[in-house]
Structures are given as C-alpha cells and as structure tokens.
Design a protein. Structure first.
Length: 121
C-alpha cells in the first residue's frame, strides 16, 4: 500500500511545479544571440579586465579544490606511512596559503576595478 502511495506521489508531484512566465524570454534570447554572434554592443575595457580576473581567480579556486582532494587521498592511503602523511600535510598547508593569497588578490582586484570604474563613470 505504501509503495503505491510513493509511486503516486512520484507521478503527481511534478504536476505541482508549473512553469514560470516567459515574458522576458525573447529579450533574453536576443541578448544571448547578440553576445554569441558578436552583434551586441562592445563591452568597455574595465569590464573585460574584471571578467578575465574573475575567471582566472575562479580557476585558482578549482586548483585549490583539486589540491585538497589530492592531499586527502594521499593522507587516506598513507597506511601509517609518516612520510606520506607529512607530504599530505605539506600540500594542504601550501594549498591553504595559496587560497589566502588568491582571496586577497580577488579582494584587491575587485576593489581596484570598482574604484576605477566609479572614477571614470
């Protein structure tokens, strides 16, 4: 009996969530198409620089995540080997220091780009 209730809920619950209005869909598609085919208005240099900086710092965040996963894997597979544990701790320490430097760089870059764009506007 309970499994029929679960099956019924699985079938009927998606009907509860109705689609939102699509009033701005055409405008958004026009904007997206303009960006994709280069027919939109060009962005200014500060916006481009800010975008590049944000992408690069985002990639550094991904590298930190990968280093953390790698260090955790080394630590978990060390099997009591102190040399591997020390290596994993070293990777974690340098990764955390790198993340602190990355966050500081992001803060400084965000501040500088914001101030320069406010000064030129």
């Amino acid at each position: 009996m309970i499994k029929y209730a679960i099956y019924g809920a699985a079938i009927l619950l998606p009907l509860v969530g109705h689609a939102q209005g699509v009033t701005g869909l055409e405008t958004n598609l026009d904007t997206l198409g303009g960006e994709a085919y280069g027919t939109s208005s060009p962005t200014d240099l500060l916006t481009l620089i800010g975008t590049v900086i944000n992408v690069l710092l985002g990639l550094l965040g991904v590298i930190f995540l990968l280093l953390t996963i790698y260090a955790g894997f080394i630590w978990m597979t060390a099997q009591g080997n102190e040399e591997k544990v020390e290596k994993a701790i070293g990777i974690l320490k340098t990764g955390i220091i790198g993340m602190i430097v990355t966050l500081a760089a992001y803060s400084i870059a965000n501040f500088v780009v914001g101030e320069v764009s406010d000064a030129t506007a």
